[in-house]
Ligand binder design. Structure first.
Ligand SMILES: [Zn+2]
Length: 248
């Protein structure tokens, strides 16, 4: 990691940046993919996004992409994912598991410090929320939010993604009333299946071309995804896709 950082920076600012990780995020130069725009997403009734589960996506233009990473943070793969995003000046949204956030608070703070959006993916990732009582599931959602906020030392975005997309009408309604937007996705990398990084890259790029952009789901807990990400960001740049960063 160190060597990769050093090779993309003049030495004079590299030593400065290494002492101060957030400053490194500003040290991106020309030729990086970058983040083309920031989209503020308002919660409220029917703020449910992602065509795999709901009837609409975000109001994206053709070839715009929203990058989302679920299930972290996990030391190892999450480091690599953050390094890759930072090198290309790309901002993403991390749907964290509360128990992972509590175990790795430094990672939560790094994700926030590097300008990414922190969001909630439940406390323990129950499989699934459709098969447990409503009150138990709701508490798991609230506990996740609290654990991530405690680790971050700040409020997180009012964004939630159900584990396995397994929503219920009652939980959706409760999220709406709490002012939390629910995210499904438009496409995914199928990175829960073991495959080579180059196979996964071809798979997700094929889906992205077919959909002409959209919300993309990855898992920053997967080594193969971490390995694939530099190639993926290069492919976005080469094919004229633009990254949109979602914020509250
Ligand atoms: Zn998940």
């Amino acid at each position: 990691m160190l060597r990769r950082i050093l090779t993309c920076l003049p030495l004079a600012i590299a030593s400065l940046a290494l002492a101060s990780p957030p400053a490194l995020a500003q040290a991106c130069g020309p030729g990086t993919l970058g983040t083309s725009r920031v989209m503020a997403v308002s919660p409220g009734s029917n703020a449910h996004f992602g065509t795999k589960s709901y009837d609409r996506s975000l109001p994206l233009q053709p070839r715009e992409v929203v990058l989302t990473f679920d299930d972290g943070p996990l030391p190892g793969p999450t480091d690599s994912v953050l390094d890759s995003l930072r090198r290309e000046c790309v901002k993403a949204t991390f749907f964290l598991i509360g128990s992972n956030a509590a175990a790795n608070p430094g990672y939560v703070r790094r994700i926030a410090a590097e300008g990414h959006t922190l969001a909630n993916h439940s406390m323990t990732h129950p499989w699934t929320m459709r098969t447990i009582p409503h009150d138990v599931a709701w508490k798991n959602i609230l506990d996740g939010e609290a654990a991530i906020e405690a680790a971050a030392g700040r409020k997180i975005a009012p964004f939630f993604r159900f584990p396995g997309f397994a929503d219920t009408p009652g939980l959706l309604d409760a999220l709406d009333k709490r002012g939390i937007a629910t995210f499904g996705t438009d496409l995914w990398a199928s990175d829960w299946n073991v495959m080579r990084a180059d196979t996964q890259l071809a798979l997700v790029m094929g889906r992205l071309r077919k959909n002409n952009g959209g919300i993309v789901l990855f898992h920053d807990t997967k080594k193969q995804t971490a390995e694939m990400l530099p190639g993926f960001l290069a492919a976005l740049k080469q094919e004229g896709f633009r990254v949109v960063h979602i914020t509250p």
